[in-house]
Design a binder for this molecule. Structure first.
Ligand code: ADP
Length: 329
């Protein structure tokens, strides 16, 4: 089942900004990453999904219900990009209040079962020790965790997180990634707005790329990576870290390869100690393997070889640039 299904969804602000014509399907049980630079329209899109913005046009269902239905909202957890808690409240009080916003009576939020739910949720986001401290003294990262706790408190089937890692340090990011994987393991669908490509590459089963309010690409991550040149075939850009490099090495190698390296292999950097970084455009893994054997046969030391990292990022940037120029990616 598609847990989010949109067709031509559009929302602008007096005809400007926002996002336009978004048709997107998100399968149940996955971690889905919506990527795009700041101002791409990601928040506008998820605010429509969360029922906070009414679309100008288009259709959508969330959890099988048309947008804004209370039945779907009850099963949806949402972490907005910008939020603030009252300084004088503690996390336990914030979550109790949040339970009431979610439809529980004050009496129900004081019941033992709900208290233990609050405890479990705070533990899940790593805030147990701060459970009764005032939010006013919290770091940004701790506030972000509390926001996440609010989104997870009522055990949603779908969580929509708008830049959940933006205020976190590397350890905090790692912990949030681990948490999101745990949620997926429990069958929760996670929809993640992010500009952090590393989050998408590590976490997401599927992804989409938004730019200037328009959807440029969407699909399973391995397909997007394949389009970016890192598919199972190995086609794409490879890099090689070598030792023993001399000024005339490139010419020697090209001669040994019968001139086939021109336009294919380029020297990215080299230092006086003979360390060099090269990149090559290859059609498959075998061709990369051939280059490795060529380097070794010519007396070079091969320290490292593999696909260029962040090909996805490079591809997205290419697509974004081509949009600016009006050309096809
Ligand atoms: P993102 O989440 O990708 O950073 P947003 O959805 O916040 O993007 O914004 C997309 C575009 O819509 C931006 O150009 C932004 O300036 C504009 N925008 C967002 N919210 C408003 C608003 N409330 N009023 C006017 N313009 C807005």
């Amino acid at each position: 089942m598609m847990i989010i299904d949109t067709a031509d969804l559009t929302k602008t602000y007096n005809g400007r900004g926002g996002c336009r014509g978004i048709t997107l399907q998100v399968p149940e049980g996955c971690i889905f990453g919506l990527l795009g630079p700041n101002g791409a329209g990601k928040s506008t899109f998820v605010k429509m999904l969360a029922g906070l913005h009414r679309p100008d046009s288009g259709q959508a269902t969330v959890l099988g219900q048309p947008l804004g239905r209370p039945e779907a909202r009850r099963k949806l957890g949402y972490l907005p990009e910008l939020f603030r808690f009252q300084d004088w409240l503690t996390p336990v009080e914030v979550l109790r209040f949040h339970g009431q916003l979610g439809g529980l009576r004050p009496r129900e939020t004081r019941a033992d079962s709900f208290r233990s739910r609050i405890r479990d949720t705070l533990e899940l986001v790593g805030l147990s020790e701060a459970a009764n401290r005032r939010v006013g003294g919290f770091s940004k990262g701790m506030q972000q965790r509390l926001g996440l706790a609010c989104a997870l408190l009522l055990e949603p089937e779908l969580v929509i997180l708008d830049e959940p890692s933006s205020a976190l340090d590397p350890i905090g990011r790692y912990e949030i990634r681990t948490l999101l994987k745990q949620l997926r393991g429990r069958g929760v669908t996670v929809f993640l707005n992010t500009h952090l490509l590393e989050d998408v590459e590590e976490l997401c089963d599927e992804a989409a790329f938004l730019y200037g309010g328009e959807l440029l690409a969407a699909g399973p991550l391995h397909k997007l990576l394949g389009m970016a040149g890192e598919g199972g075939s190995g086609r794409g850009n490879w890099r090689f870290r070598l030792g023993g490099w001399l000024p005339d090495t490139w010419t020697e190698l090209n001669k040994a390869a019968g001139g086939a390296l021109s336009g294919q292999l380029s020297l990215t950097e080299a230092d006086e100690s003979g360390n060099a970084l090269l990149s090559a455009r290859v059609s498959d893994r075998e061709q990369a393997g051939y280059l490795c054997s060529l380097f070794i046969a010519n007396g070079l030391t091969l320290y490292e070889s593999g696909p260029e990292p962040h090909s996805l990022e490079a591809w997205f940037l290419r697509m974004a640039k081509s949009r600016q120029g009006g050309a096809t990616p």
